[in-house]
Design a protein around this ligand. Structure first.
Ligand SMILES: *[C@@H]1O[C@H](CO)[C@@H](O)[C@H](O)[C@H]1NC(C)=O
Ligand SMILES: *[C@@H]1O[C@H](CO)[C@@H](O)[C@H](O)[C@H]1NC(C)=O
Ligand SMILES: *[C@@H]1O[C@H](CO)[C@@H](O)[C@H](O)[C@H]1NC(C)=O
Length: 337
């Protein structure tokens, strides 16, 4: 009796002392991001009306700016674009390091806001979808869903009922079965996205990836329940003390080890494109943000006016001032292993 009780007490102690305790492996702040992340001047696979620029261009145009604990990346907000030229200059960053099991904590002051914006903080492997994708924070046009999503190959699904505060959409994470949507969970927390997030002074997003689950939490800037290790960016954290996550993705019907590989962390800001463009008007934005055709020339048979209406996201081209608040201001990003 005594022995088994001791054993029980010991194993409880071991779990709480080591089970979810992590040590900081990377701390990114201010100009440190310039060394640990690479600007990717690539075409947007989701057909946004953006032109991702390299680091030299981004710094020269002040689309990437760092000072103290401010790391700012933004879309250009001064240039009127030619309908036949490239999209609006913007920034896409990829971490130089790759991660498997780890915890990321993002301390964000401001996120991109405005019609047509489609910002994302996410992680993905080189072989998509076989190595999986974890979207920590993603949304469009200032609207909910403030969504965290897994995207995988076939054979990965989530139980309908699970311990999370958010609301699940599809529980099938397979991109082929869900028209790329994956299994998303929306945060039922006020101020978790867009203008609400910014007006509250931002907050913290955290993601924990283990071999048996992936969890995502959000705390707004003035949320009294933010754990002190998150608040302070502590060198050691214990995720057991963080409470119920808003998104919980257990391995029950998804072998996380075979569906998720080495991931890079990506920060991107696209405009219009497949998602933001498709719901632009329904989200209360006016103008044309159709992204699918933005990189294609108008069909030769079309009258120039009709072609413009049909194919050009003129909202992005003609309204640079609409993007004044289309920026991330990141205070720090800490990674734990
Ligand atoms: C931007 O982020 C979202 C992440 O959810 C992704 O679907 C999209 O492909 C990304 N675009 C680029 C160009 O990285
Ligand atoms: C560059 O951007 C930062 C952050 O938005 C701003 O504080 C700074 O004044 C800008 N610098 C110039 C030269 O515009
Ligand atoms: C998303 O965030 C907004 C702004 O903070 C909030 O009003 C809305 O309720 C959130 N949506 C969901 C589904 O949580």
């Amino acid at each position: 009796m005594f022995a088994s009780r001791t054993l029980f007490a010991l194993s409880t102690l071991v779990v709480s002392a080591f089970g979810a305790t992590y040590t900081q492996t990377d701390s990114h702040q201010g100009s440190g991001f310039l060394k640990s992340f690479t600007h990717q001047a690539i075409a947007d696979p989701t057909h946004g009306r953006v032109n991702y620029v390299d680091q030299t261009t981004a710094l020269a145009q002040n689309l990437t700016f760092s000072s103290g604990d401010h790391f700012v990346i933004r879309a250009d907000d001064t240039t009127v674009l030619s309908a036949s030229g490239p999209g609006r200059n913007s920034v896409r960053l990829q971490s130089n390091k790759q991660y498997t099991t780890h915890v990321t904590v993002w301390n964000i002051r401001h996120m991109p806001q405005g019609c047509a914006t489609w910002p994302a903080l996410w992680e993905v492997g080189a072989d998509w979808p076989n190595q999986g994708e974890i979207d920590v924070l993603e949304g469009v046009n200032d609207q909910s869903p403030n969504q965290s999503t897994l995207h995988t190959s076939s054979g990965c699904s989530m139980p309908a009922s699970r311990s999370q505060t958010g609301t699940s959409g599809s529980n099938n994470c397979d991109v082929a079965a869900t028209n790329n949507a994956g299994c998303g969970v929306t945060a039922n927390k006020a101020n978790s996205y867009g203008p609400g997030f910014n007006n509250a002074g931002g907050g913290w997003y955290a993601m924990e990836r283990t071999t048996s689950f992936i969890k995502v939490w959000f705390w707004s800037r003035t949320d009294g329940s933010v754990p002190s290790d998150v608040l302070n960016g502590a060198t050691s954290i214990n995720t057991d003390n963080w409470g119920t996550p808003y998104a919980f993705f257990p391995s029950q019907s998804c072998d996380l080890n075979s569906h998720f590989g080495e991931h890079n962390i990506i920060i991107n800001l696209t405009l219009c494109g497949d998602w933001a463009g498709a719901v632009f008007n329904q989200d209360g934005c006016s103008g044309n943000c159709v992204g699918k055709h933005s990189r294609r020339a108008p069909p030769t048979w079309a009258h120039p006016l009709i072609a413009t209406r049909l194919c050009i996201p003129d909202f992005v081209n003609n309204n640079p001032s609409a993007f004044t608040n289309a920026f991330f201001d990141i205070q720090w990003l800490k990674i734990y292993g």
